[in-house]
Design a protein around this ligand. Structure first.
Ligand SMILES: Cc1cc2nc3c(=O)[nH]c(=O)nc-3n(C[C@H](O)[C@H](O)[C@H](O)COP(=O)(O)OP(=O)(O)OC[C@H]3O[C@@H](n4cnc5c(N)ncnc54)[C@H](O)[C@@H]3O)c2cc1C
Length: 387
């Protein structure tokens, strides 16, 4: 979960800091995660800060935090239609029926083509790329609901100062204190006989066990044990992190983009968490991809970074000169595609094999949007039903 890079920097006394491989923040409604943070004694590191958003449109960054800023960026009638859509979305308590229609259809029906093209299309493009037209309205409604911690000055987002690395470490420490043993390795096989779990093979070594909770994507799970009946599609992420000598955007944390560039969003982390925590400026540049044939997946790290840099130069002239270092992280199974009919594909915690349980992004707790909170909730709910 939210694994981190450890970056060496001469600019801090500690000489090292931890930063997520993929940008992460949390929302006020992330109840299980916030409760776990408090239980592990990290509550004083959790801060709620303004996560300003912007929209790159027609060659300019337009801040999109307050009603006034949205009014300036969109045609007046679109703003009224957008406000009506948000009110309607918030009033919908049962999103189940909306799993059967696309977000595109629902937006156009509710607010018209212009709101879809000018406001939602870049969001859907940045989140789902070529799958954007298949995404369900249920996903969109879930998304509107979680983005509710918005005051007059914009949205407040949570971050664990020092990085979510601290949470992973604290969880590991708490497991060890209770006598648990953590072993890191590649699970190659799950052994089952007479309908019951017997063991796992980790990096060639067999470990006997009676119960397993698997948290990996179904496609990965299928390589360990055949027979899991699922057709959940996942998408991959290609996320670059740039260490920079100077800030790039004025006061924008999250930038959605309507421009022909090979990435969907730019996230200037140090416009959210102060750069003094790191001794430098940090920016993520990210894109989702739909299959392993995508060049976002196939090209070498250097080729992809060059592609991103060309796009960045288009948006921010002189960007290259600010780059001190970069890292690139890519994974295929980073998010389920919340397409129409997805709800029926959710996997239950209990399987029909004795002792085998599943809890992860594919669980009901992560519907209609996956998050750290959803996976923690799935983990607790799954543990609760285990004998
Ligand atoms: C770009 C990006 C940005 C995100 N931003 C946010 C955010 O701001 N807020 C938020 O709440 N969530 C965010 N998320 C989502 C969040 O990271 C996930 O929902 C969460 O990490 C899922 O946790 P998990 O433990 O279920 O799955 P994962 O984190 O995918 O954990 C599964 C683990 O299994 C391991 N694994 C795979 N195969 C094997 C094997 N054969 N043997 C052993 N181990 C294996 C993997 O390495 C991985 O560590 C983001 C995700 C991405 C990709």
């Amino acid at each position: 979960m939210a694994s981190s890079y450890s970056i060496k920097t001469p600019n801090l006394n500690t000489g090292i800091y931890h930063i997520e491989k993929y940008y992460h923040h949390i929302f006020a409604g992330d109840k299980e995660l916030i409760s776990l943070i408090n239980k592990l004694g990290l509550g004083n590191q959790l801060e709620w800060l303004r996560g300003s958003t912007g929209y790159y449109l027609n060659g300019k960054i337009r801040p999109m935090n307050t009603p006034f800023e949205i009014l300036r960026a969109l045609p007046f009638l679109d703003v009224l239609r957008l406000a009506r859509l948000v009110m309607k979305a918030r009033a919908i308590m049962d999103t189940e029926p909306y799993d059967e229609i696309t977000a595109k259809e629902w937006i156009i029906d509710t607010a018209g083509e212009s709101v879809y093209n000018n406001f939602f299309l870049p969001l859907l493009q940045s989140k789902f790329g070529d799958n954007k037209e298949r995404i369900s309205a249920a996903w969109l409604l879930g998304r509107v609901r979680i983005r509710s911690n918005r005051g007059a000055k914009g949205e407040r987002l949570g971050y664990l100062r020092g990085g979510f690395y601290a949470l992973v470490e604290a969880m590991a420490e708490s497991i060890r204190k209770r006598g648990g043993i953590i072993r890191q390795g590649n699970v190659l096989k799950i052994e089952v006989s007479d309908g019951s779990v017997r063991g796992v093979v980790v990096d060639g070594e067999r470990i006997e066990c009676e119960r397993i909770i698997s948290t990996v994507a179904p496609q990965v799970f299928g390589k360990m044990l055949s027979g899991l009946d699922t057709n959940i599609n996942y998408q991959g992420t290609a996320c670059a992190l740039f260490g920079l000598s100077e800030k790039v955007m004025d006061d924008v944390y999250w930038l959605n983009i309507k421009e022909d560039v090979p990435f969907g969003a730019v996230i200037e982390h140090t416009n959210f968490i102060p750069s003094s925590d790191y001794g430098e400026h940090l920016m993520y540049v990210t894109s989702y991809f739909q299959n392993q044939e995508s060049m976002l997946c196939k090209s070498s790290d250097e080729e992809l970074i060059e592609l991103y840099l060309k796009g960045l130069e288009k948006l921010f002239a002189g960007f290259r000169e600010k780059v001190k270092w970069w890292r690139l992280h890519r994974d295929m199974e980073t998010a389920p595609v919340y397409e129409v009919g997805y709800r029926k594909k959710l996997l239950p915690y209990k399987t029909n094999i004795n002792g085998l349980y599943l809890a992860g992004m594919f669980s009901a707790a992560n519907y209609p949007e996956r998050s750290m909170n959803g996976s923690i909730k799935a983990g607790f709910e799954c543990a609760d039903i285990m004998p």
